[in-house]
Design a protein around this ligand. Structure first.
Ligand SMILES: Cc1cc2nc3c(=O)[nH]c(=O)nc-3n(C[C@H](O)[C@H](O)[C@H](O)COP(=O)(O)OP(=O)(O)OC[C@H]3O[C@@H](n4cnc5c(N)ncnc54)[C@H](O)[C@@H]3O)c2cc1C
Length: 481
């Protein structure tokens, strides 16, 4: 089923209020200034299904139903489908100027668990795979927006889940009549305010001592016992103000408190079979870290465009900065291309397509590094007005007492307003909502390095080198410790 943006907004409006910010309950997330711009951005993605140019990017034919559906409600069954995820992420930056979490992580969880849930059923006689398929069809039929919750609070990082003094540091379940109950904290989750359902999965692998933390399940965002608190972000008060200082983007993060949240059996996709936690996590990170290259690439395209426009508003031309602009695009292309390469080199996992591990995680490392250089180059092009604190507020710029003079001081030939708006956009992309998501979003680079290390056949490479120069294979061998 396809929903328009307006129909999607109605579905969110109809939900029970359980989201807080600034110490207060948000009665209607679709109109509250802290969340309305996120909802509007998600709505743009729904509307994209009805735009002839955008529809091929934002929709796909569902492999489960054969019907056209919002792309984020479909199974990624082959490389083209996962590449479609990457292209959609880039395009959603174009229409929203930011990450749009509601159409991202929850969808990825469902896909990542497609293979592991079937293997778990084969081993234990559970019914998780069918539950998952049924829920994916439900999500498609109702055009759900989905948040994906991996990140637990985690407590003391030196201790594993089973050893934490506060068990809530990791989300855990208890079996009850007809389902499970969830307790614990999931934090830093994007797109929660705009989702219809929350999908939870483990943030790490678990041993047999930690079975109660191995849970994959879905519950409505407004389920009894779910409390959501929006995070503070750079420039969030600006977004709530009138004027051009705040970029009305789709960025939103939340902490989620689960207190005895009942999930019926049919929405449970893993509960206790700990050896499958690492499998779903591995698949999740492979999909996510391949596609995220296009997400930050979309942001990079916007950075390049805004930098050129600001150079023009400064009275200069693109030519003056061409080397720097070309470098920005090269940096973008590295993460976009490496991600697409990871997708093309992927494999089928029981009907879902999983990108190549070494390439996907190499991409995560690039994503955590290269965009910072692109942002630095944009600041260099745009000038000091991008660096924080260098333009008076909208209220001052429009003050009846001195506003006219301030605006005159900002005019570099083509009027002050365009120049200020572009400077605010680049300021935001540089140190506001634009930076987060590059480094830890989708997991820390250190874990990616571990996976690249694990997926690389080091000894094979040593032997190749030895063979070229006729060194016997049994020379230069490290003793196993
Ligand atoms: C913009 C943004 C969006 C996000 N959206 C989502 C989302 O939608 N869903 C979701 O589930 N999560 C989301 N996250 C959370 C993200 O996945 C986590 O931030 C990430 O996995 C890192 O976890 P952490 O922040 O708890 O870092 P920490 O665990 O505190 O790690 C900090 C550093 O310590 C290292 N470290 C941690 N433990 C150890 C150890 N035992 N030994 C050695 N080194 C260690 C890590 O590698 C890292 O470098 C988002 C994050 C961001 C920034």
């Amino acid at each position: 089923m396809l929903k328009t943006g307006a129909q999607y907004i109605e579905s969110i409006k109809a939900m029970k209020p359980n989201i807080y910010k600034w110490g207060k309950l948000i009665e209607d997330v679709t109109t509250h200034p802290a969340t309305a711009s996120h909802i509007k951005c998600v709505a743009n993605c729904y509307d994209a299904a009805f735009d002839p140019e955008l529809a091929p990017i934002f929709t796909n034919v569902s492999a489960l139903s054969g019907q056209v559906a919002h792309r984020w409600n479909t199974l990624m069954a082959n490389a083209a489908d996962v590449a479609g995820n990457a292209h959609m992420k880039r395009a959603s930056y174009y229409i929203n100027g930011s990450c749009t979490g509601t159409i991202c992580a929850g969808w990825t969880v469902l896909n990542a668990h497609f293979g592991p849930s079937a293997r778990c059923d084969a081993k234990y006689g559970t019914n998780y795979h069918q539950n998952l398929i049924d829920f994916m069809k439900e999500a498609e039929d109702n055009a759900y927006g989905l948040a994906g919750c991996l990140t637990d609070a985690k407590g003391n990082r030196a201790l594993n889940a089973a050893k934490q003094p506060d068990k809530n540091a990791y989300l855990h379940f208890d079996k009850v009549d007809g389902g499970i109950k969830l307790n614990g904290y999931k934090i830093q989750i994007c797109g929660v305010a705009g989702c219809n359902y929350i999908v939870v999965m483990p943030t790490t692998g678990f041993g047999p001592d930690a079975k109660e933390f191995a849970v994959v399940a879905a519950c409505p965002r407004d389920a009894e016992g779910v409390t959501i608190v929006e995070t503070r972000r750079p420039s969030d008060t600006r977004v709530e103000e009138e004027g051009w200082d705040g970029i009305k983007s789709g960025t939103t993060q939340a902490f989620i408190i689960f207190e005895d949240v009942f999930v019926p059996d049919n929405h449970v996709f893993l509960a206790g079979e700990n050896e499958f936690a690492a499998q779903v996590l591995g698949n999740f990170t492979n999909i996510y870290r391949a596609a995220i290259g296009s997400c930050v690439g979309g942001q990079g395209d916007l950075i390049a465009g805004a930098a050129i426009a600001l150079a023009r508003a400064n009275g200069l031309t693109q030519k003056a900065f061409q080397d720097k602009l070309t470098n920005i695009v090269v940096l973008n292309n590295v993460t976009i291309g490496l991600g697409i390469g990871a997708i093309m080199e992927g494999h089928d996992d029981g009907g879902a397509w999983i990108p190549d591990t070494a390439l996907a995680h190499s991409n995560k490392i690039q994503v955590a590094t290269l965009p910072y250089e692109a942002k630095r180059l944009a600041v260099e092009i745009g000038g000091g007005i991008i660096e924080t604190g260098c333009i008076p507020s909208y209220k001052d710029m429009t003050s009846p007492i001195y506003g006219e003079k301030l605006m005159a001081s900002m005019d570099a030939g083509s009027g002050a307003e365009d120049r200020i708006k572009l400077a605010r956009l680049l300021e935001w992309l540089h140190i506001g909502g634009g930076v987060p998501g590059c480094l830890h979003g989708g997991g820390s680079p250190d874990t990616a390095r571990m996976l690249v290390k694990g997926a690389t056949p080091w000894e094979k490479y040593v032997n190749l080198a030895k063979k070229i120069v006729n060194i016997p294979e049994d020379h230069l061998v490290e003793a196993k410790k």
